[in-house]
Write a protein that binds this ligand. Structure first.
Ligand code: ADP
Ligand code: ZN
Length: 518
């Protein structure tokens, strides 16, 4: 029997284990279950591939990523490991040949989709074979609370029932606390040791920009990063197409990508991006799973992602080579309300809705942070960061706080005088004294607060009102056309003069000028 160090050297050509790999492998070799959280590129595969080669018998790797199985198996074979995969892409005789290899005890690693694993009496049949280990890859898919739920994963509890003595190792690059608990519970491995690798990626520069004039800001950014490969993530397919078309029109080498594009186009586009023939991919979240391109220099989010896990995974595609890379998130109040709407109007149960809203809220906190953004991001994964990172926009440009009490009073009093029926646009029109059709029809131009905030521009009000909302000074009723509502804190501000502070608004032009200086 080879030791784990010998296997690492002989089959993978590496001399030393990365952080946590040796501990994880020892746990599995001792027959114990494990949950491994490592960021993408952290080296999860070695955690089950090495034990597979040390132990006697066959290791099953359960993965939902059918498209990647072939590559993984090819890679292993090239290293002299006897590996195969079983999924719906194989025809009958190919499947039979794999089954034969298992019977003959020739295979060390078998990649299998959950559908195939639970089809027919395969699981019962496996009981007659010598199984050394189960590896559940992308294990966050087991949890409804994860961001990539796969119903076929919910049957995985059967593994422990059928094979109580075979250790299970669950692996994922993305799982918050709730998802982690769920993984352990659903795999019926409550005692499993959890290994949490550091999620910090200090080479990623973090920036949030206001979500207005996105196109202009994007072009500024692209001009400052000529020729550098990058990805722009958008929420909808339509947006990917229009953004890519706009960029092409302006002479940039950009292409859209989403799950609705035909397979040929997708493969082509992906390959061209990998070869650096395309500079910019404008994509939905469909792009990136399993794409190994180390020199992506920047990732931009045109829209606010649904949760921190997705965001982290997407920005994680930049700077895999460890060299500096930029991440830019465009943030607007509209993005939040649109997503909130979608959640509320969905068919989900109240619990599920609450959770998705809470997750969106964490994303919002990141976007609105006036403390080091990396602290917020990393603390989401339950890690603590000892000091400010120095590599995010907040660290580089500390926020200036100003007194916002009078401003808040104007806002709240306008909300009160309109019977708490108005949403953002109308509220700003009232404050700025804009005499448009809508205002006149409702008689809002007769209000005492009409024009009380004419000294601020529309976008300034939009930003300050968002800040007030997010600091809990008022509420919003999404089910009443996003009308603002007063709450207990509003009363304190209005009646008791409770003081309010806000982060000073920086006009776009000024931000640009600063960026150019840097
Ligand atoms: P993950 O599955 O966590 O995204 P991989 O298992 O694909 O990551 O590993 C990422 C890269 O790191 C691969 O190229 C792999 O060969 C390499 N790698 C893994 N472990 C080691 C190690 N101990 N020493 C050097 N390179 C390693
Ligand atoms: Zn920072």
């Amino acid at each position: 029997m080879l030791t784990k160090e010998q296997v690492l050297k002989q089959y993978f050509g590496y001399d030393v284990f990365r952080p946590l790999q040796a501990e994880v492998i020892d746990t599995v070799l001792a027959g114990k279950d494990a949950l491994v959280l490592m960021p993408t590129g952290g080296g999860k595969s070695v955690c089950y591939q090495v034990p597979a080669l040390v132990l006697d018998g066959l290791t099953l790797v359960i993965s939902p990523l059918i498209a990647l199985m072939q590559d993984q198996v090819q890679g292993l074979k090239a290293n002299g490991v006897s590996a195969a995969f079983l999924n719906s892409t194989l025809n009958q005789s190919e499947q039979e040949s794999v089954i034969w290899k298992i019977k003959l005890g020739e295979l060390k690693l078998l990649y299998i989709s959950p559908e195939r694993l639970f089809s027919g009496n395969f699981l019962d049949w496996l009981k007659g074979q010598k199984i050394s280990l189960f590896a559940v890859d992308e294990s966050h898919c087991i949890s409804f609370w994860g961001h990539d739920f796969r119903p076929e994963y919910t049957q995985l509890h059967r593994l422990k029932e059928h094979f109580p003595r075979v250790p299970i190792i669950a692996l994922t690059a993305t799982a918050d606390n709730v998802t982690r608990k769920d993984i352990l519970q659903q795999l019926a491995i409550p005692q499993a040791r959890t290994f949490l690798a550091s999620f910090d990626r200090p080479n990623l520069n973090l920036t949030v920009l206001p979500g207005r004039k996105r196109m202009e800001q994007m072009v500024d950014f692209l001009n400052a990063h000529p020729g550098q490969p990058g990805i722009i993530y958008c929420l909808s397919r339509k947006t990917t197409e229009s953004v890519a078309a706009n960029l092409q029109y302006m002479g940039f080498n950009a292409r859209h990508y989403h799950a609705g594009c035909d397979a040929l186009y997708r493969n082509h586009t992906q390959a061209e991006f990998l070869r650096d023939d395309i500079q910019i991919i404008v994509a939905t979240i469909a792009f990136g799973m399993g794409i190994d391109k180390s020199n992506v220099r920047w990732v931009m989010h045109y829209n606010l992602p649904k949760n921190v896990e997705s965001f982290y995974q997407e920005i994680g595609r930049a700077g895999r080579d460890g060299l500096p890379a930029d991440t830019v998130l465009f943030y607007s109040y509209q993005d939040v309300s649109q997503q909130t709407d979608m959640i509320l109007k969905s068919e989900l149960s109240q619990d599920q809705k609450d959770l998705l809203i809470a997750k969106l809220d964490r994303m919002k906190q990141y976007a609105q942070a006036d403390i080091c953004r990396r602290r917020i991001l990393i603390s989401y994964f339950n890690e603590t960061v000892e000091k400010d990172c120095g590599n995010c926009d907040v660290c580089r440009n500390p926020r200036t706080k100003i007194d916002g009490t009078v401003m808040a009073q104007k806002v709240l009093s306008a909300i009160a005088r309109t019977q708490q029926k108005v949403a953002m646009g109308t509220l700003i029109d009232i404050l700025r004294g804009s005499r448009n059709q809508n205002i006149i029809r409702h008689g809002y131009d007769q209000l005492k607060t009409f024009g009380a905030g004419h000294e601020l521009r529309y976008e300034e009000w939009a930003e300050y009102i968002s800040q007030l909302l997010n600091s809990g000074i008022m509420d919003i009723a999404y089910d009443e056309g996003h009308a603002f509502k007063l709450n207990a804190v509003s009363q304190q501000v209005l009646r008791e003069g409770k003081s309010v502070s806000v982060v000073k608004f920086i006009p776009l032009e000024e931000r640009r000028a600063r960026a150019e200086e840097e």
